[in-house]
Write a protein that binds this ligand. Structure first.
Ligand code: 15L
Length: 263
């Protein structure tokens, strides 16, 4: 599991262990103090660091969570999302590891106007809202290439808002609970022969914007609904803007920046 020290990794690790999986952590920071989880410290944009992990560990699958979770320059986004994905997939080919589960993002389609009715499906075109979203779309393209070339099963989970509880009106639609995140990744790890597949990683939210059917086809049965928390969510002036496009705040002009940093 790359990014095992991050917010999602810290939830997924115990969740997958409880379900009988073995987990090897890989992160740029050392593993949690006192933990006996097998751990490798390194950067998964570095092909040599990745190769060293594959040389040391017998692996059945890669769960790729590592990556900057917010907007960066275009080159940094490409390194964070695309180069890391490619380095891992190359090592998987070399070591005959056949399953790749990716923490994709809703921002791969974030610039899609929120549908007046109906849901955003996986048939909607990639429509990134940021360079972050561009990186996520391009990482999916690399996964598709390696699925076609080498027969790797590669599932991109386009995660909505991973939070203990929804924090805003938008998140009543976009929330992914901790428990559902574990259920989602386990389904993506164990679905028989998915090939290249994309699913939307949200809970079974009454106000969902994205189609859960592709996940259900892979065995993801979400059990939580953000609506449970709706009475505790105060409306804010930003709700209208955040509800116009499915990428919410990432669509606003705050993120209209040059692609390249200049010194
Ligand atoms: C994401 O993909 C981001 O990593 C996170 O920071 C949130 O913006 C989330 O999506 C979201 O859309 O709520």
């Amino acid at each position: 599991m790359t990014g095992a020290a991050g917010a999602i990794g810290r939830v997924l690790t115990p969740g997958l262990l409880e379900r009988g999986h073995e987990v090897v952590g890989f992160d740029r920071v050392p593993g949690p103090a006192g933990s006996d989880l097998p751990w490798h410290t390194g950067d998964c944009a570095d092909a040599d660091a990745v190769a060293a992990v594959f040389d040391a560990e017998p692996l059945d699958a890669v769960v790729h969570l590592a990556g900057h979770p917010d907007e960066q320059s275009l080159p940094d986004s490409i390194t964070s999302h695309v180069v890391t994905t490619a380095a891992l997939l190359d090592a998987m080919v070399e070591h005959e590891v056949g399953r790749f589960v990716y923490a994709g993002s809703n921002h791969a389609v974030g610039r899609t106007p929120r549908p007046a009715d109906g849901l955003v499906t996986i048939d909607h075109r990639p429509r990134p809202d940021t360079f972050y979203g561009v990186g996520k779309v391009a990482a999916e393209a690399v996964m598709s290439l390696y699925a076609d070339r080498y027969g790797i099963d590669a599932v991109s989970c386009r995660i909505g808002s991973f939070q203990p509880e929804p924090q805003s009106v938008r998140q009543l639609s976009t929330w992914l609970s901790h428990g559902d995140c574990v259920r989602m990744v386990e389904a993506a790890l164990t679905a028989p022969a998915p090939g290249y597949a994309v699913l939307y990683g949200i809970s079974d939210n009454t106000r969902a914007w994205w189609d859960l059917e592709p996940g259900r086809e892979l065995g993801y049965e979400p059990q939580d609904d953000a609506e449970t928390f709706s009475s505790g969510i105060a409306s804010r002036p930003a709700d209208e803007v955040e509800g116009a496009f499915v990428g919410g705040p990432f669509v606003t002009e705050e993120f209209f920046r040059p692609a390249l940093d200049r010194s």
